[in-house]
Design a binder for this molecule. Structure first.
Ligand code: MG
Length: 157
């Protein structure tokens, strides 16, 4: 399991997302409710969330689909839909919800919020996708869900 977590963290880094990037978003979302919160606390929580089997599986699945799409390996019809990040596709959000779902209602409201506002690294991924330089159709939602699950777990502590 520890090995698989290391693989997931490495894959995220290869796709341009670090634990620190996600911790910064967690910090921004939660600092006004927890004045003593530090970036390090947030990094620890993101790492904790990334230790969960369902989270690791979602990260690896989502990144695999993004990379396969980038290389045009899927059937052309669905490859084009994922590559262009069609607003009505929605399976990317559904997959990411498997992460937010296990962390309660605070995770779900934050998931919706970061999907709309696209702060920090989520906005960077979204822009790279829109420019069709890379495909992050699944990853932007997964990062949003990891951040939201981490916020929720800090709120409940
Ligand atoms: Mg998406």
């Amino acid at each position: 399991m520890e090995n698989l977590q290391a693989v997931a963290i490495k894959k995220l880094e290869e796709r341009g997302v670090t634990i620190h990037d996600m911790a910064l978003l967690v910090y921004d979302l939660q600092k006004k409710y927890a004045p003593d919160l530090t970036i390090e606390d947030c990094e620890n929580m993101v790492e904790h969330v990334l230790g969960k089997r369902e989270v690791i599986h979602t990260v690896l699945t989502g990144i695999a689909l993004d990379v396969a799409t980038e290389h045009d390996l899927l059937d052309p019809e669905i490859n084009q839909i994922i590559k262009s990040d069609e607003p009505l596709y929605g399976i990317d959000e559904i997959l990411a919800l498997s992460i937010a779902n296990v962390s309660g209602s605070i995770a779900l409201t934050n998931f919706g919020y970061v999907d709309k506002t696209k702060p920090g690294i989520i906005g960077v991924l979204d822009k790279l996708g829109k420019d069709q330089k890379q495909c992050h159709t699944f990853l932007d939602d997964i990062v949003g869900a990891i951040v939201s699950a981490s916020v929720s777990r800090i709120a409940h502590k």
